[in-house]
Write a protein that binds this ligand. Structure first.
Ligand SMILES: Cc1cc2nc3c(=O)[nH]c(=O)nc-3n(C[C@H](O)[C@H](O)[C@H](O)COP(=O)(O)OP(=O)(O)OC[C@H]3O[C@@H](n4cnc5c(N)ncnc54)[C@H](O)[C@@H]3O)c2cc1C
Length: 622
């Protein structure tokens, strides 16, 4: 806490680039709120910020952005601090329903799901890994009946959002320049990074050109980050700080949307939003459209509390049904990983470390390095210094059946120079909600030791979860049924991923530094054979770790799909003047982290709105 205070004060005094006084977004005073805007956007996260900036480019339109959180605090800029803001006032702090199939090492056997409550949304608290997904993901969206979402179309929007600053990839046709979101490599890697790369190369797995967002995805390389001058570039920094002064854009921070306001049938026009700000209720009208961008948990919840969803769920709660839409809250997908395996290492140089050990690095010198010399520990993001995309044998078999040598990996791997023991449980344990008992058993033997983690992520789960509201009040969290590992193939692929991770640790590169697994006897599953498939499965069930990518709960689909919520122009079925534009519309989860795909959705969504209001009277709403 002392060092954080020092950091905060140091940034205030010495880092005008972070304080960015002139460009910080300012909320309007509530007395300045107009009665009506052309567009009212609910949620100022990754999607909401991009939407507000793009729609307000048209000076003839008035736009209001309602965000429940406040502006981004200074310390959010520092990559190293990214996990610190979980379970803080900037986190909605969701927990999923308890399970006997996953998160067994966590408090109440529940996985903890952080979601940001701040301008910029999860782009302000995420790990900044910049991955667009695979071209086949988007071609699949189009094949499912979503015209205009194929890779060739969405590539334009990925380039539009981007300012590629890595000189190695600046001239690639896959990258954009001058867009709001800057992309760079992370700074201050640990000495493990080149060793990780050697290990991947020794297995023949190095990425051909080090660009996961270019020609091919498979292979291992250091990832790009959504970074500007080595610091976080959130959707707030990228989009809002350059557009909030427009006279046609108003922003109300700390504005909690409670309900969408719908004219009764037959019109079913969504005409406004009721929200709470500073303990008072307000109603604002949208003369053109309401745009829901509250994220994959809050967007479906707001639909449900507003009477839009499965009738059988709403009626018992006394919510007046506006539109029966059985798909709202269903089709929930997330990227699950396994976090329990920590490998200790030994540096050949006495008194030096290969990995990040928090108490040693969190000191006055590193604070000074950051605030005065603009370098050092706080620029690092150790969770995935090297990232990999790989095909499990199940994916290879499927591809052989289709006779396709496709580059469509079903596993992502994070090679991180930071084990759960590295911070004594201060951040990692707290964030994942691991019980003290499990933490003591599994990580105490490696506490503060030089160590690393290789975490495999299941890229395209077959299992689907769902949300269920328990109250008509939008403040009461919904029940989240994550349903990880419901489909047996999901666990089989995870086990493959863990075995690949272990194979990497057995390469000469990692054996030279004596990479040793922290688990010698497996107290959680004493009956399983060491390093057998059952051993890895047990690890996956205990140390299940969300990678924080819930998507899909307001699925985009053609009319023929009974669980579709929005059409390919992102209009909510059966209603007028309402669209959902955020991570919840993804029909299937992309192969990679979800921030860039979400911003792409908002960029494309903004263009769709512009096209519709340009070409059709009343925006094409019948
Ligand atoms: C800890 C963490 C790490 C992650 N790491 C990465 C990563 O490294 N790379 C990556 O690509 N992705 C990462 N992600 C995921 C990625 O950031 C999200 O998928 C993406 O930001 C989702 O964007 P969104 O616009 O759909 O929702 P959000 O960004 O969640 O935005 C929703 C916004 O709506 C607001 N809101 C909610 N309810 C209301 C209401 N009732 N009234 C008003 N406002 C409301 C919220 O406060 C929030 O600001 C991570 C996420 C987390 C949480």
């Amino acid at each position: 806490a002392v060092f954080l205070l020092m950091l905060h004060n140091g940034v205030k005094d010495y880092r005008p680039d972070i304080v960015d006084e002139a460009n910080r977004v300012r909320s309007i005073r509530i007395e300045e709120l107009r009665q009506s805007y052309d567009f009212v956007i609910v949620g100022g996260g990754s999607a909401g910020c991009a939407l507000a900036a793009r729609l307000s480019e048209n000076p003839a339109w008035s736009v209001l952005l309602l965000e429940a959180g406040g502006d981004e605090p200074f310390l959010f800029d520092l990559p190293q601090l990214y996990p610190l803001f979980q379970r803080s006032p900037w986190d909605w702090m969701y927990s999923v329903e308890p399970s006997d199939r996953y998160c067994l090492a966590m408090e109440d056997q529940r996985c903890f799901w952080p979601r940001a409550k701040v301008l910029g949304g999860c782009s302000s608290i995420n790990a900044m890994m910049y991955i667009r997904g695979n071209r086949h993901d988007y071609d699949q969206w189009a094949q499912l009946g979503n015209a205009g979402w194929d890779y060739a179309t969405v590539l334009h929007y990925f380039r539009k959002m981007e300012d590629m600053r890595d000189p190695q990839h600046q001239h690639s046709p896959y990258h954009g320049h001058g867009g709001p979101i800057s992309v760079e490599r992370y700074r201050t890697p640990s000495p493990l990074l080149p060793i990780f790369m050697q290990a991947a190369t020794q297995l023949g797995l190095q990425h051909p050109d080090g660009d996961f967002n270019g020609r091919t995805q498979s292979g291992f390389a250091p990832p790009h980050g959504t970074l500007r001058d080595g610091l976080r570039c959130s959707a707030n920094k990228g989009y809002m700080r350059r557009s909030w002064r427009r006279p046609n854009l108003d922003i109300v921070l700390k504005a909690f949307a409670e309900q969408l306001l719908v004219e009764p049938a037959p019109s079913k026009r969504v005409w406004g939003v009721r929200f709470e700000h500073a303990a008072l209720r307000h109603v604002v009208r949208a003369s053109k459209e309401v745009l829901l961008a509250a994220g994959a948990l809050a967007s479906p919840q707001l639909l449900l509390v507003s009477g839009i969803g499965p009738a059988e769920q709403l009626q018992p709660l006394g919510i007046q049904l506006q539109q029966h839409l059985p798909g709202v809250g269903r089709n929930l997908q997330d990227h699950i990983s396994t976090s329990g395996a920590v490998y200790t290492v030994q540096s050949a140089q006495p008194n030096t470390h290969l990995s990040f050990i928090v108490p040693e690095q969190l000191n006055e010198q590193s604070v000074r390095d950051f605030v005065q010399s603009r370098k050092g520990f706080f620029y690092a993001m150790p969770v995935s210094e090297v990232m990999g995309f790989a095909h499990s044998r199940y994916q290879q078999q499927q591809q052989q059946q289709r006779r396709a040598g496709e580059d469509w990996p079903d596993l992502q791997l994070f090679m991180g120079s930071y084990g759960y023991g590295a911070d004594g449980g201060m951040v990692g344990r707290r964030g994942a909600a691991i019980t003290l008992e499990n933490y003591a058993q599994t990580f105490e033997p490696v506490l503060y030791q030089d160590s690393f983690v290789i975490a495999p992520l299941l890229m395209r789960p077959r299992s689907r979860g769902y949300l269920q509201i328990v109250s008509a009040d939008a403040r009461v969290h919904p029940r989240i049924h994550a349903n990880y590992y419901d489909h047996p193939l999901d666990m089989a692929i995870m086990v493959e991923g863990l075995k690949l991770a272990h194979r990497l640790t057995q390469t000469p590169a990692l054996q030279r530094i004596n990479a040793t697994l922290n688990i010698y006897e497996w107290r959680n599953c004493p009956e399983v054979e060491y390093l057998s498939d059952a051993f890895w499965e047990c690890l996956a069930r205990y140390y299940s770790q969300t990678i924080y990518h819930p998507v899909g709960t307001c699925k985009m689909a053609p009319q023929s799909d009974p669980l579709g919520v929005v059409d390919p122009r992102l209009r909510v079925r059966g209603l007028r003047n309402l669209r959902v534009i955020d991570a919840s519309i993804m029909p299937t989860i992309p192969t990679g982290n979800t921030n860039a795909p979400t911003i792409m959705i908002a960029e494309r969504g903004a263009d769709i709105i512009k096209e519709d209001w340009h070409h059709y009277p009343q925006g094409g709403w019948l």
